[in-house]
Design a protein around this ligand. Structure first.
Ligand SMILES: Cc1cc2nc3c(=O)[nH]c(=O)nc-3n(C[C@H](O)[C@H](O)[C@H](O)COP(=O)(O)OP(=O)(O)OC[C@H]3O[C@@H](n4cnc5c(N)ncnc54)[C@H](O)[C@@H]3O)c2cc1C
Length: 385
């Protein structure tokens, strides 16, 4: 496990659909907890619950990253077609020789491997992406958010139960920064503090235990008592960076393709990075099955997915502002109520944007476009009311 990566993730319909397709959902179900909505904590300790959807199945799930990773690796190996090599870092890609160089961290030496096709799923810092773009990239954006994140623990009660409502994603929205918390199966919550890297209220500025206690006392008073190891976690856990990656192309001839974060890393505020990566897998299989060649399959995959991954990248950035700030506005809650009302009146014509992303498989691009129209409609209603 990478230290400093999120301990739990929100799994929703796109990820569930992909996991069902490969017959793994029953196994995943054992390591997930439902979250029915947002529990919003105000500065005075008040909590407001806001449901994500209005039907029983409209929930998202907190799933342990480590358990999910282990389960997927084991399932891949069980096919007998996959060999997993840990501690091997790809250091070089040679398209002329169709050869990859790996550094074996255990043996302390490099070795070369000849390939027919490479699927680069090596995350936001992808080596394969760099090699593809070096062959003539026309878009290569790696945009840091300027805000980082730190993982902290909210302990279970002394009896091993949850110290906060367990079927909710908790948010402490504070304008420029926020804390969130997702439940774990052992009764704890993994809290994540998102905050600017630099500035008056930033990871750089909060650099002593006294400042940390003051900061939590002022902004997250109700969570302070639930975090006995706050200072230890804050000063020992790494501060993660967040960025958006947009690039073109995603493939090189019939030789290499990138997918997942390697092709389109996004900020985590819509809980979609992993879900989108799983959706990539379903789309890729489909494109390859229909294509006459690898090259054609890669091309159609990129053409299909690129507008959608650009859209979810933008929606995820917008959701940061929503989560840390807009959720505190009266109009925001009013719009949610009106959107639910319209959905109940016209279920085939009005699906709130959040629901399209989380509970349906509406292509992200369409969710973005339709969402913009919905926003104008909801603004009109709010003006009238
Ligand atoms: C704080 C945070 C919270 C998140 N929450 C959610 C959430 O709630 N829901 C959600 O859907 N998504 C979430 N995400 C996003 C999600 O974690 C990513 O989108 C997902 O992990 C991407 O999967 P991937 O396989 O493409 O890349 P990764 O998970 O980054 O995996 C890449 C793998 O490649 C390996 N690798 C890297 N470079 C090399 C190399 N040179 N050679 C060999 N191997 C290499 C890495 O070790 C790693 O194992 C969150 C992300 C963060 C940071």
């Amino acid at each position: 496990m990478d230290s400093g990566r999120s301990i739990n993730l929100a799994l929703s319909s796109r990820g569930i659909f992909a996991l069902e397709k490969v017959g793994l959902m029953e196994r995943v179900r054992k390591c997930m907890l439902p979250m029915r909505g947002r529990a919003l904590h105000d500065s005075l300790g008040g909590i407001t619950f806001q449901a994500y959807g209005q039907r029983d199945h409209e929930v998202i799930y907190s799933v342990a990253r480590c358990q999910l990773n282990t389960l997927l690796l084991e399932a891949a190996e069980e096919t007998g077609k996959v060999h997993v090599h840990f501690h091997h870092t790809c250091t070089r890609v040679d398209f002329c020789k169709r050869q990859l160089t790996f550094y074996d961290e255990v043996q302390g030496r490099s070795r070369c491997v000849v390939f027919t096709q490479v699927m680069g799923t090596d995350g936001s810092g992808s080596r394969i992406r760099k090699a593809i773009l070096a062959q003539g990239g026309t878009q290569n954006v790696e945009k840091p958010l300027g805000h980082g994140y730190k993982e902290l623990l909210i302990a279970p009660t002394s009896g091993g139960g949850f110290s906060l409502q367990s079927d909710a994603l908790h948010i402490w929205p504070r304008g420029e920064f926020m804390q969130i918390a997702l439940p774990n199966l052992d009764g704890s919550f993994t809290a994540t503090l998102f905050m600017p890297q630099q500035g008056e209220q930033s990871f750089q500025a909060i650099d002593t235990e006294t400042k940390l206690q003051q900061f939590y006392g002022e902004h997250f008073r109700d969570s302070l008592d639930l975090m006995p190891d706050l200072a230890q976690d804050y000063f020992n856990n790494p501060t993660g960076n967040l960025m958006t990656v947009k690039c073109v192309p995603w493939h090189y001839q019939d030789q290499a393709l990138i997918l997942g974060d390697a092709a389109h890393a996004i900020v985590p505020f819509h809980g979609q990075g992993m879900n989108c990566g799983f959706e990539d897998c379903v789309a890729l299989v489909d494109c390859l099955e229909k294509a006459a060649s690898w090259d054609e399959g890669f091309q159609s995959f990129e053409a299909l997915r690129k507008p959608n991954t650009d859209a979810i990248a933008d929606l995820a950035l917008a959701n940061y502002v929503e989560m840390r700030s807009q959720v505190r506005d009266r109009d925001f809650h009013l719009k949610k109520q009106i959107a639910f009302y319209l959905e109940s009146l016209y279920p085939d014509f009005f699906i709130p944007q959040y629901s399209m992303v989380m509970f349906h498989q509406t292509p992200y691009y369409w969710a973005q476009q339709i969402g913009e129209i919905q926003e104008r409609i909801l603004d009109l209603w709010v003006d009238v009311l």
